[in-house]
Structure formats: structure tokens, C-alpha cells
Ligand binder design. Structure first.
Ligand SMILES: Nc1ncnc2c1ncn2[C@@H]1O[C@H](COP(=O)(O)OP(=O)(O)OP(=O)(O)O)[C@@H](O)[C@H]1O
Ligand SMILES: [Mg+2]
Length: 421
């Protein structure tokens, strides 16, 4: 992508070194441009409005600024996020050198994970690093960012891949069943124990054990698993000798565990045991360049559900609407939106009409900052509520707690905003 009065000169230089650049359509507004299809942007800093362009585009691709020899401006462009600066008049060698830098950047794709953003590349590097070791891993990130997917990717790339990957949904096990679920029991351990039962930890032997939602577990749970993680052994209920296991532990949470440690609700020793390798998955709103490829991926994944039409894609307008939305529910929310749109649409491309109304309303409020204040406040409130509902997976009491309001108050709001749960 080239935004410059000297665009033609750049196209010529690239042609001469054997690289054909796709020309940017000048009449198109950046908002309706699918940035994911561009690899690199050249922005002329001798043209009006260049600062905003650098800020806008740097989140989608590396930005190279070009300009006359004005050191101050060149430095400013780097401070705003440009990766490099090229001085005019442009020379073949310097353009070529810059292009080579980016061309040689290794791609670190991971099977099953979609995302081309630089932030996701860091996540992929973390996954590869973790897969090479047996160290415990802590995966953090907001709800719906792909924590379980990342845990599975680590297992599938590791030497343990032929062995089990066991998921423990920590919040689903009450303290009363904890030991029998995790450690199993010996025959005759208690009335009704007519057979010896293996616990989840034993099932994971030689494989990977994934503790999901580790930030929400009881103190008892924390104490019980700390011992297994430290010693690599446990005792079945009714057993009289420890059982040794060879397990790699991965844990995930959307909570801030170091804060929970400071507050005294999470054991510090357990936190350090788990947090040997830390992978943070950023929210979707901070890697919007992943939205087009994820959208296409989910269209492919769900389009077979429509037997009557063959849905192939999404209109630019609808994609723009997705790009302008903040996705409090992250990738899971995007997937739900696409799945729903596939069920609704009457055409081979998803259109703006097939997207949920709340998404268009928040977009509308962003486009008209001078509009009605009440409407703006309502939209803001709706987004907060929607986000809380996503986090609580539709649980109203939990969402009310997250919002710091009473359950009844939230129910009134849901009615007022016609939000179905
Ligand atoms: N990068 C990605 N590429 C493809 N699909 C993804 C990606 N990230 C997330 N998903 C999909 O989004 C959904 C949510 O992902 P996942 O369950 O791993 O999130 P999570 O962080 O564990 O969420 P929660 O905290 O709510 O448990 C899944 O259907 C998953 O396949
Ligand atoms: Mg999960």
C-alpha cells in the first residue's frame, strides 16, 4: 500500500527490482479497505494528515515513512510507530533493502490457529517455545481469546502429542468430589466403591493436563493440586501408597493471578509453579487485522450448515462493521456472530443486515460523535452489559456482580435494551 504523491516512483522502483505492487485505490476510504491483504505501507510524510495515517495503519502492517531530509519529522514518524524511514529521492537499493527485511521474516504459523497479526506471531513463538520443553505454562487472556486452543496447540506440537490431553474444567468440580475426580479411589475406599477408579490426573499420565479457569478454584483445590505439581505424585482415596505420574501442566485463566495472590485468594507458591512459561493472548480489539481472516475461517467452518445456499464470503460493508466493533467477547463472539449471520442470510455473501443490531448501533454511535448524548450513553451501557454477559456466559447474577449492580437492576436494563439472554 502506497500513500504518496511519489507513489508512481515507488511502483517503478519495485518493478525494476522484480516486485509488482498492487496499486492502492485512492478513492477508497481506509475504513473500507481490507488491510489484511496488504503486507506493508509506505506513507509520505510530506503530505497532509500523514500522522493519522501512520497511527491508523501501524496496527495492521509495518509502516515505512518516506520524506525529504527532515530529521525532526522522520523521528516523529518513528515515535508514532513507523518501523523505518526512507529519504527522498528514493533509491533502488534502500527500497530493496527494506523490502528484503520484511520478506525474510519467518512465518510462524500454528495449525488450527488463525491470525496474522504481529501480536499473534508472538503468541505462536510462545507456543513453539513451550512445546519444546516440559515446563508448566500459564495462559492468560480475556474470555473467548483462544486459551484452550493454544493449550491444545502446545500439546499437539510437543513430544507428548501421542498421549492424552485432559481438560479439567476447574469450576465444574465441587470440593466434595475433588479428590475422587482428580485422584480416583481404591476398591472398598468407601461404601459404593466397588471398583478401583482412575482419577483425571492418572488419565493424563505421559500427556498434558489442562486446568481451565484456574483463577476461580477454591483454596482446597489449590492445595490439592500444588502437591501433585510439586511432587509428581498423589494418593488415591483409600490408597496407601503414592502413585507417580509424568504430566505436563498447563493452566488458563482470565483473572489477574498476581493480583489474586496479593489479595490472598490465590496461593503464591502455586502461581509460581504454574507461571514458568507465560503466554498472554491479547484481546481481539487490539489485533483487528486478524478479523478478516478469522471471519473467512468461520464462514468456511459454518457455511455447510446451510443446505440451500453456498455462502462464500462477506460484503466489504459488513466486514467494515466488524472491524469497527470492539468484541468484548473476543474470537468466540466473532464466531457466534458469523454462525448467526449464516443462519440468517439470504445471499451468498453475508451482508450488514445479517449482523446483530447491537453491533451496528455501537458502530453508528462511533460514527456520529455529535449525536444525542442519551443515545451515546445507552450504547455505552449496552456494550458494558453485553461484555459482562459474554464473560459470565449469560449468567445474569454473575454479570450483575461484574457490573457492580443488583441482579434486578440488570434485569430491568436487559428489558429496556431488549437484550435477550
Ligand atoms: N486464533 C484462533 N483461530 C481460530 N479459532 C479461534 C482462535 N481463537 C479462538 N478461536 C475459537 O474461538 C472459540 C473460543 O476459543 P477458546 O475456547 O479457546 O477460548 P478461551 O480463551 O478458552 O475462552 P474462555 O475463557 O471463555 O474459556 C473457539 O471456538 C475457538 O476455536
Ligand atoms: Mg476456555
Amino acid at each position: 500500500m502506497v500513500i504518496s504523491d511519489e507513489a508512481e516512483k515507488l511502483y517503478e522502483i519495485f518493478d525494476s527490482i522484480g516486485i509488482t505492487l498492487r496499486k492502492t485505490n485512492k478513492t477508497k476510504s481506509p475504513a473500507s479497505t481490507n488491510f489484511s491483504t496488504y503486507d506493508i505501507a509506505f506513507i509520505d510524510i510530506d503530505s497532509e494528515g500523514w500522522e493519522k495515517r501512520v497511527i491508523d495503519l501501524k496496527q495492521y502492517m509495518p509502516v515505512i515513512t518516506i520524506g525529504k531530509s527532515d530529521i525532526k519529522k522522520a523521528i516523529k514518524s518513528m515515535k508514532l510507530g513507523a518501523t523505518d524511514f526512507l529519504q527522498k529521492p528514493l533509491r533502488n537499493e534502500s527500497v530493496k533493502e527494506i523490502f528484503e527485511n520484511f520478506k525474510d521474516k519467518p512465518k510462524v504459523e500454528i495449525n488450527g490457529l488463525i491470525g496474522i497479526s504481529r501480536i499473534m506471531e508472538d503468541v505462536y513463538c510462545g507456543i513453539r517455545k513451550a512445546a519444546l520443553t516440559d515446563s508448566n505454562v500459564l495462559i492468560t487472556g480475556e474470555s473467548g481469546t483462544g486459551k484452550e486452543l493454544v493449550a491444545r496447540a502446545i500439546h499437539n506440537l510437543s513430544e507428548r502429542k501421542e498421549n492424552p490431553f485432559i481438560v479439567i474444567n476447574c469450576t465444574a468440580i465441587p470440593d466434595t468430589l475433588l479428590e475422587s475426580e482428580l485422584f480416583g479411589f481404591e476398591k472398598g475406599a468407601f461404601t459404593g466403591a466397588n471398583y478401583t477408579k482412575k482419577g483425571l490426573i492418572e488419565w493424563a499420565d505421559r500427556g498434558t493436563l489442562f486446568f481451565d479457569e484456574i483463577g476461580d478454584v477454591s483454596p482446597l483445590f489449590q492445595t490439592k493440586i500444588l502437591r501433585v505439581i510439586q511432587e509428581g505424585e498423589f494418593i488415591r482415596i483409600g490408597g496407601n501408597h503414592p502413585v507417580k505420574v509424568d504430566v505436563r501442566f498447563i493452566a488458563a485463566t482470565n483473572k489477574d493471578l498476581s493480583k489474586a495472590c496479593k489479595e490472598g485468594v490465590f496461593r503464591e507458591d502455586l502461581f509460581y509453579r504454574l507461571n514458568v512459561i507465560h503466554i498472554e493472548i491479547p484481546p481481539l480489539r487490539s489485533r483487528k487485522e486478524d478479523i478478516p481472516s478469522l471471519t473467512q475461517f468461520f464462514i468456511k467452518k459454518h457455511s455447510a450448515k446451510r443446505k440451500d445456499i453456498n455462502i462464500k464470503g462477506i460484503t466489504e460493508e459488513a466486514l467494515d462493521a466488524l472491524m469497527s466493533y470492539s468484541f468484548p467477547g473476543n474470537v468466540r463472539e466473532l464466531e457466534n456472530i458469523i454462525e448467526r449471520a449464516i443462519a440468517f442470510t439470504n445471499s451468498v455473501e453475508i451482508t450488514i443486515k445479517d449482523l446483530p443490531a447491537y453491533l451496528l448501533k455501537t458502530q453508528h454511535s462511533k460514527k456520529t460523535p455529535h449525536g444525542n448524548l442519551r443515545e451515546a450513553v445507552d450504547n455505552f451501557e449496552k456494550e458494558l452489559i453485553w461484555s459482562a454477559l459474554q464473560k459470565s456466559r449469560g449468567n445474569i447474577s454473575k454479570a450483575a456482580e461484574l457490573l457492580g449492580i443488583h441482579r434486578q437492576q440488570l434485569q430491568r436494563k436487559l428489558k429496556q435494551f431488549k437484550i435477550a439472554t
